[in-house]
Design a protein around this ligand. Sequence first.
Ligand code: SF4
Length: 257
Amino acid sequence: MSQSGPRKRANRKQQIITNRLEVVASRLRELFGVPERKRRLPDPLDLLVATILSQNTNDINSHKAYVNLKSRYPDFMDLAAARPRDVERLIKVGGIANKKSKTIVAVVAEIRKKFAGFERRKLRRENRDALIDSLTELNGVGYKTASCVALFALGDDDAFPVDTHVHRVLNRLGIVCQKTPDKTYLAVRDSIPKGKGYEIHLNLIKFGRKICTAQKPSCFECVLFDVCDWKEKKLQAEKKAPTADDNKIEFMLLEEV
Ligand code: SF4
C-alpha cells in the first residue's frame, strides 16, 4: 500500500536528518575515533541517579556526589526509604542538593513501586520509546535522563540522549531547528543512523565541549564548517580565537558509573 502524503513527507524529513547525521558521524569519527563501551554496563538505577546528580553541575563535582551517595547507600533502591535531608548532605558538593535529594528519593520510591527491581534484563524487553516515555512520567526524569538509561545502562545503541551540547550543535548545524533539548530529542530520535546512537552522542558532546563551544566556537578549525548552517560561522571563523570552555574536563560522568 502506498504511503499517504504527510507520512511520505515525514519519512523524507527523517531520511534527510539521518543522512546529515551520517556525515556528522563520519567527520567526527575521523577526528575523535569511535568511542569504546566499557565491558560492564552500569546498573540502570545507578545510572539514573547519576544522571539526576549530573544536572546543572560539572562532571567532577557530580562524580564526587555520586561516590558519597554510593558509599552510604550501596544499593540505591534503599534511597526510597531515605530522608531527603540525609541525602542532601551527601550530595551537597554536586550543587542544588536540596532539590536533587527530594527528586532522587521520590523517583526511587516510584521506581520501586512501578518497575519491580528495575532490572536490565526486564527493561530491555520493553520498546525503547515506550520505556523512555514511561520513565519521563516520573517526576524529575526528563527525556535526557530516560534516554541515558537506555543508552548507557541497557546498551541500546539506537538510543540518543540530547543534552545541552548535542542540542546546541545540532541546531547550529541546521539539522534541526528547535528551542529546547527535549524538542530536539523528539525531532531526531527516529532518525538516528542504525546502531550509531552511542558513537554520535559521545562524539557530539566532545565536539561541543572542545570545538563548537557555547561562547566561542572554533569555526576556523571546524571539520563540519562546510555542512554547517550557522549564519555567524564566517564571522566567528575570522576571530580564530582558541577556546577552552570545558577543555579541562577529561572524563564523562556517565562513562564512570
Ligand atoms: S562551523 Fe562553527 S558553529 Fe558550525 S559546527 Fe563548526 S564550530 Fe559549530
